[in-house]
Design a protein around this ligand. Sequence first.
Ligand code: FES
Length: 108
Amino acid sequence: MAAQLACMTSDLAPESAMAVELNAVDGSAVEVAIVRDGNGEWHALSDVCSHGAVSLADGEVEGCLIECWLHGSSFDLRTGLPTSPPASRPVPVYPVTIDGERVLVDID
Ligand code: FES
């Protein structure tokens, strides 16, 4: 499946995040966190924390990290790797393309 419209560039200020639901090629719904880092760069990663299955988009964005609000693990927005415990497993990251004002994400 091609990249899907996730949001508009006007939807997020730097160091903020929002949750969206996109459709996988098999028709299943995928929860995705759309994030702008401290430099204004765009990222997309699974919105499900690998530790406790809560929304990462509800956490704090600081620089190139997003911190899970429940237990405080931070994840690198570029790789999905946790940088602090208790999470030990990465979350999937997805390619983002900016097309004018449209933020497109390819989850397949
Ligand atoms: S639920 Fe995210 S760190 Fe525990």
